[in-house]
Design a protein around this ligand. Structure first.
Ligand SMILES: [Zn+2]
Length: 486
């Protein structure tokens, strides 16, 4: 449930005063002798200047496709970036060095402690008596099996079927097989409707006495890729192992059960959770030329699931944030307010980076005027999602991106990493790319560099840069919007 309330943020300067200062985007101080303009002509003039800035931003993003180059660099330096791993540490260092090369202000690491879950060497699922592997990945955070675990299978296809199980799952694997609903109007709502099986499958399995949870992969595709992801335990219940199996494997298993066959499966996992590890969010700034203490955050997450290079999730977002800062720095587009890039650690299995950022910056969150996340893949951007209180101010600015087919404004409440800022009144938003294919790649081994198109990810970088610049440079005030919970 969302509980949203609005309240006005007032600035020390009137918007007319700020408007009179709306000149070069090159960071140069405006001339004090600038003629006073009427409000109407000033607005039109200001919009023309912002349009010119947006055109320069998109041209800079598209000339060399640097967002794609940066993504390639990140994936080469750190192809596996699960929190707490050596790869995650490499990613932190690589991104810090890239920011430093750009000559940004105050490039720094902000330390956070993160969970350290490891998959281990034993990862197998098969039918007893049949050596062929069933495509499977342990869910992140799962306990191991402590040797081979053999049991029969009981299937549920909905929450309703789960409530009617009775004793039938006792001593068996509970198989969650509710597909993502293809008739939903977007793939994210389809994911949202099915992901309870992954998140709380192990808890539900333990409640009915099952020995483990097998979860149909969160994907709309029918293929052989297992898709991992985060899951939870309830400390009051036994912790049973939980794995995702591919959609093809889920269909095959369901067909066997429907035909009255009763296969016994054998699962062996050696995954475990080790002590927390020190890691960091990577931060860099472009200081505002007039209101440097007011901040627009652009963010993405550095970590990715271990079984995938995380090209779309969220290497592309990191590359877009890096590229947005490169473009603004190179073009000397220094807006009124500060733009702060934050590459968050540990979105996937703990959100410690996002929570840590909100805690560490609690005292300045009343001066965070907007936070924008890019974490929906490197596909062609279509627009910006933002809390509705921002729409009146954002609509004419976002519409400047129409020529690149990404000028639509949608209702949205930002991504996971920035969500801990919501209760403090920071308005949240996100880049919204095409979503049709996102869950074909999400959290699975297919999420590789070749799956990301160079022009599409570069257009997204331009949209991030342009949106951040337009919000940070806006002469008026932005509303505050408190999101209590997600
Ligand atoms: Zn992500």
């Amino acid at each position: 449930m969302l509980s949203v309330s609005s309240f006005a943020l007032s600035f020390a300067f009137s918007s007319a005063f700020l408007g009179a200062l709306s000149f070069a985007h090159d960071g140069a101080l405006p001339s004090p002798a600038a003629p006073v303009q009427s409000a109407g002509s000033l607005a039109a003039d200001a919009l023309a200047k912002e349009r010119a800035a947006v055109e320069r931003i998109f041209a800079a993003a598209l000339v060399d496709y640097d967002a794609h180059r940066l993504l390639g660099g990140l994936l080469e330096a750190a192809p596996h970036r699960l929190s707490g791993s050596p790869g995650a540490a490499k990613a932190v260092e690589w991104c810090r060095a890239e920011f430093a090369k750009l000559g940004l202000d105050d490039v720094r690491l902000e330390k956070v402690m993160v969970p350290h879950w490891v998959r281990g060497e034993k990862n197998s699922l098969q039918r007893v008596g049949d050596p062929r592997p069933i495509p499977m990945l342990a869910l992140g955070g799962s306990v191991g099996t402590n040797g081979p675990l053999e049991a029969e299978v009981v299937e549920v296809r909905s929450r309703d079927e789960l409530t009617k199980l009775g004793e039938r799952a006792k001593g068996k694997f509970l198989f969650f097989n509710q597909p993502m609903d293809r008739t939903q109007k977007g793939t994210f709502p389809a994911y949202g409707g099915a992901v309870w099986q992954r998140g709380s499958g192990a808890i539900e399995a333990a409640k009915v006495g099952a020995v483990g949870a097998l979860v149909r992969s969160m994907s709309l595709d029918h293929d052989d890729h297992p898709h991992t992801g985060a899951m939870r335990y309830d400390d009051k219940l036994p912790k049973v192992p939980a794995v995702a199996i591919s959609t093809n494997a889920a269909n095959a298993l369901a067909a066997e059960l429907a035909a009255g066959k009763n296969p016994k499966l054998r699962l062996e996992l050696s995954c475990e959770t080790l002590p927390d590890v020190e890691s960091a969010n990577v931060v860099a700034e472009l200081r505002g030329r007039e209101l440097p203490d007011e901040i627009v955050v652009i963010g993405a997450h550095l970590d990715a699931w271990d079984a995938s290079p995380g090209a779309h999730d969220d290497g592309a977002g990191c590359a877009q944030v890096l590229e947005a800062m490169r473009i603004l720095r190179t073009l000397e587009l220094r807006p009124r307010r500060t733009i702060r890039a934050v590459l968050f650690m540990n979105e996937e299995n703990g959100l410690r980076g996002g929570r840590g950022y909100a805690e560490a910056h609690e005292k300045e969150l009343d001066r965070h005027v907007f936070a924008l996340e890019t974490d929906r893949g490197g596909f062609a951007p279509r627009g910006i999602g933002a809390v509705k209180e921002m729409h009146a101010g954002l609509a004419p600015l976002v519409a400047l991106m129409d020529p690149w087919n990404c000028g639509r404004l949608y209702e949205g409440d930002g991504g996971a990493d920035i969500s801990p800022m919501g209760p403090y009144g920071v308005p949240l938003g996100e880049l919204l790319p095409e979503d049709a294919r996102y869950f074909d790649f999400h959290h699975c081994p297919a999420d590789v560099f070749a799956a990301v198109d160079d022009r599409e990810v570069s257009l997204g970088a331009a949209a991030v840069a342009a949106t951040a610049f337009l919000v940070a440079d806006h002469a008026g005030t932005w509303p505050r919007t408190r999101i209590e919970t997600r």
